[in-house]
Design a protein around this ligand. Structure first.
Ligand code: HEC
Length: 112
């Protein structure tokens, strides 16, 4: 019997990209607060850079999506960038990167 593997066996393939994922409104507010406050403490309150580089759409436009998501989840060894996988799942990290590339929501974000 053939069972379709979610990604090729062997090696460490990137997790599937899930562009349709949208956090529940309450969780979206938490994630936006986390990015604006915790990430903002290094990347600048307007995400235009500080200890960490700017995370505005123009800064991220040329960077590969998967590597940005991996940076958020795992951090960058040897730099101040910590990994956030204890605080969010892969879908949420992908959502944050998609929102950063579009222009991150301001606080407070409206009920949707
Ligand atoms: C303690 C400081 C610090 C915090 C907090 C922090 N970062 Fe970073 N971040 C950095 C530094 C420093 C780099 C650059 C790493 C390097 O030199 O490669 C970085 C790099 C990145 C990059 C890659 C940018 C690029 O141009 O390649 C992304 C994306 C990123 N951070 C997102 C986040 C997000 C999202 C959060 C919050 C969930 C966060 N960071 C919190 C310090 C921080």
């Amino acid at each position: 019997m053939m069972i379709a593997a979610p990604w090729p066996a062997g090696g460490q393939a990137a997790p599937d990209r899930n562009d349709s994922f949208q956090p529940e409104p309450a969780r979206a507010r938490e994630l936006v607060t986390m990015v604006r406050q915790d990430c903002g403490s290094c990347h600048g309150l307007s995400l235009s850079g500080g200890l960490g580089p700017a995370l505005l759409p123009k800064d991220l436009a040329d960077k590969p999506f998967d590597s940005l998501v991996a940076t958020v989840m795992q951090g960058r060894p040897g730099s101040a960038m910590p990994g956030w996988s204890r605080f969010m799942n892969e879908d949420e990290a992908q959502w944050i990167v998609r929102e950063l590339v579009k222009g991150f929501p301001e606080l407070p974000i409206a009920e949707r």
